[in-house]
Design a binder for this molecule. Structure first.
Ligand code: CP
Length: 324
């Protein structure tokens, strides 16, 4: 794998390979093998032009657990504020020895530009670009659904027939887009639920069913209900229901939580607006996978960095060799 830029063009086999390698990585963590030597001598640069807690720290932890060196770059406090371009910033970091660049950027397409421009030779991982995609989030979500459903028998399994309902600010959500493409590739049935103002114009071309009524969607018995953050910072001129109305009609309150089927899980990529799209009761309930998603994110990002940088033909075998 040369780059990881999106899930829309990620082949099903490649997605399953990442999920299966992530299983191996998770095993090493469970066996309390804190560090693998796999990426010793490699340098991973975290290039973050937008704020992040989970993704940035998770990539840093993943790289360190694979023994890579990590350089963290945040646009805040850097020469970006003096007008330095993406090209010059990236080339500066490459000159310091970057083998992989993990980039989060407010502009949709910035990671692809970096990967295809010829400015740098490092592998590029998209850590979220504008409203476009957030592929490692979708991979960790798929990993989490698979793990909850199949447990230790997850390896090699897809999500055929699994019903996933994604609720909220679809319009601005790169998480929703990445999940739609990946879940579809893995055979899941995806339903989107949102106020009409927060549904993208091009949704008719997506492999999804669209509903506007959350209660109707819950009555259909989803296996996973994925609540999205209302992205107030990207709302712009779009009409947005008042927070009170949103919370009443599209929020996962205790009543809706209790209407979910016995085995349904509640997901949220974080950060959460508690009391708006999700109640504290739902966020902290045993059905909630919020913290599992965070834990799984490290394994999935270890797998992505491994496949990008180690170049092993049979990664499973290689990891097994290193841990025995
Ligand atoms: N889920 C997610 O991308 O969270 P951060 O913005 O904290 O990285």
């Amino acid at each position: 794998m040369r780059h990881l830029l999106d899930t829309q063009t990620l082949a099903r086999e490649d997605a399953l390979r990442i999920l299966d390698v992530a299983e191996d990585m998770a095993d090493t963590q469970q066996r309390e093998i804190k560090k693998l030597p796999t990426l010793r001598g490699k340098t991973v640069v975290n290039l973050f032009f937008e704020d992040s807690t989970r993704t940035r720290i998770s990539f840093e932890a993943a790289a360190k657990r694979l023994s890579a060196d990590v350089i963290n770059f945040s646009a805040k406090g850097s020469s970006v504020s003096k007008g330095e371009s993406l090209q010059d910033t990236a080339q500066t970091l490459q000159a310091m020895g970057a083998d992989a660049v993990v980039i989060r950027h407010g502009a949709s397409g910035a990671p692809r530009t970096l990967a295809t421009s010829g400015w740098i030779s490092a592998g590029v991982v998209n850590a979220g670009d504008g409203t476009h995609e957030h592929p490692t989030q979708a991979l960790l979500d798929a990993f989490t659904i698979r793990k909850r459903r199949f447990g230790d028998a997850s390896r090699g399994r897809d999500l055929a027939g699994v019903k996933v309902t994604i609720v909220g600010d679809i319009l601005h959500s790169r998480v929703a887009r990445s999940n739609v493409w990946l879940l579809d590739a893995l055979g899941a049935e995806v339903t989107l639920v949102a106020p009409p103002t927060l549904v993208p114009q091009d949704v008719s071309g997506w492999p999804v069913r669209v509903l506007y009524d959350l209660d109707e969607a819950i009555a259909a018995g989803p296996d996973a209900l994925m609540m999205l953050r209302i992205q107030l910072e990207r709302m712009g001129a779009a009409y947005f229901p008042t927070e009170r109305e949103y919370s009443r009609r599209w929020g996962l309150d205790p009543l809706r939580l209790r209407a979910l089927g016995a085995d349904s899980i509640v997901m949220h990529p974080g950060p959460m607006n508690r009391g708006l799209e999700i109640s504290a009761e739902a966020a902290d309930s045993p059905r909630s996978t919020v913290l599992e998603q965070v834990t799984n994110g490290v394994s999935v990002r270890m797998a992505a960095l491994y496949l990008l940088l180690a170049g092993a033909d049979d990664p499973t075998t290689e990891i097994a060799k290193e841990t025995t």
